[in-house]
Design a protein around this ligand. Sequence first.
Ligand SMILES: Cc1cc2nc3c(=O)[nH]c(=O)nc-3n(C[C@H](O)[C@H](O)[C@H](O)COP(=O)(O)OP(=O)(O)OC[C@H]3O[C@@H](n4cnc5c(N)ncnc54)[C@H](O)[C@@H]3O)c2cc1C
Length: 404
Amino acid sequence: MGNKRWPAIIATPAMRSSYDTVIIGGGGHGLATAHYLAKNHGITDVAVLEGSWIGGGNTARNTTIVRSDYLLNASFGLKNFALKLWGELSQELNFNLMYEPRGYVDLAHSDGELEHFTIRANAMRLGGAGVEILTGQALQDCVPELDLNSAARFPVAGALFQPAGGVIRHDAVAWGFARKASQAGIHIFQKTPVTKINITKDKVSSVDTPQGRINCRQVFISVAGASNQVASLAGLDLPIHSINVQAFVTEPVKPALKTVVNYNAGLSYISQTAKGEFVLGGASDGYNSFARRGSFARIEDVLARAVQMFPFLSRLRLMRHWSGTADISMDGNAIIGQTPIDGLSINCGWGYAGFKATPAVGHQMAELLANNTTPDLIKPFTYDRFANGAEIDDAGAGPYPWHH
Ligand SMILES: Cc1cc2nc3c(=O)[nH]c(=O)nc-3n(C[C@H](O)[C@H](O)[C@H](O)COP(=O)(O)OP(=O)(O)OC[C@H]3O[C@@H](n4cnc5c(N)ncnc54)[C@H](O)[C@@H]3O)c2cc1C
């Protein structure tokens, strides 16, 4: 009656004055790290400090797409490892994450773009991923509703198709990791923003919160859009821009689209939820902002391209839209690992592409925090790569965050 007997998903322990490890940020990445610290390394003397509520950041604001169609080994490796983990996680966490590998279709609009996609597909095959290049009738059969002539403005030349790509219920990810970590004995505190990171003799010694000081051996920052502010609490200046990224949902209709489809002529991507709504996303708003409020120009832009792909969408109404503050680095890729400050590590720079990597980041960061050595998959994502000329520039767009 009244759901009164539902148990709380996470425990509400009293905060101790000291933990071995403090994780700042209770988004998917921070919580996955907590889970793998307990599961893979038996480390539970950990506090996760979340400024607002679990999954209230980009984790539950994203468009839920997972895939690994990246050209460079570094980006591909981490995301392809994540796809493997996604397949195991509902069972491991005993929480239905609703992973639906419905297939990801990335549309090319010229022969040149299709050639580039073919190179990318070949690189992915070398890394062990299943992927196909579809053209003509094969593409039409895969996405029957797609207008291949796209109202003749941006005709479709073909597509890269990754069958294992798809969608996952994003807030279930946050709560699934949180519940499992909490059951293992890790302490998770909501409404607990970190206001200061204290350094003693060049080493992290404690963090301050409105609830008091917590002494610790090491601190891991994983706060996405707030990365610059939180890193600055320790005196670090990150090569990160914070930008606004929007998502949109239409009214629900009967099933009409099985796959996830990305339209590259201007960027607009779409999938249909189990409830029947179409979820749409696009490029960032193109200016620095912490507002979590989108511009009308981007709404018009994303919807115009969606209708070019699927003309039937013009008859649907938009139910709601929202946005998140995304953290973009100079090569559009993440910064993961140790910082120059002893005992302080960070994970940021995921922009609007980090959800898909959530379990892989958690897995690898847990290994780093447990053993104090950087595991292979995250080695290329070093903090100092911009100074060393070792950027991971999948788009070949150079040091222009807006172009990634
Ligand atoms: C509209 C949109 C669509 C997207 N679509 C996709 C997609 O389809 N696929 C994909 O792979 N990626 C997508 N992304 C990107 C993805 O959501 C993020 O890269 C990823 O979720 C980041 O996870 P996180 O755990 O690092 O960050 P978050 O989930 O943002 O968690 C960080 C947490 O840190 C907390 N925090 C901040 N400051 C403090 C502080 N001082 N003290 C304590 N806690 C603090 C915040 O409250 C927040 O909960 C999208 C992003 C947006 C905005």
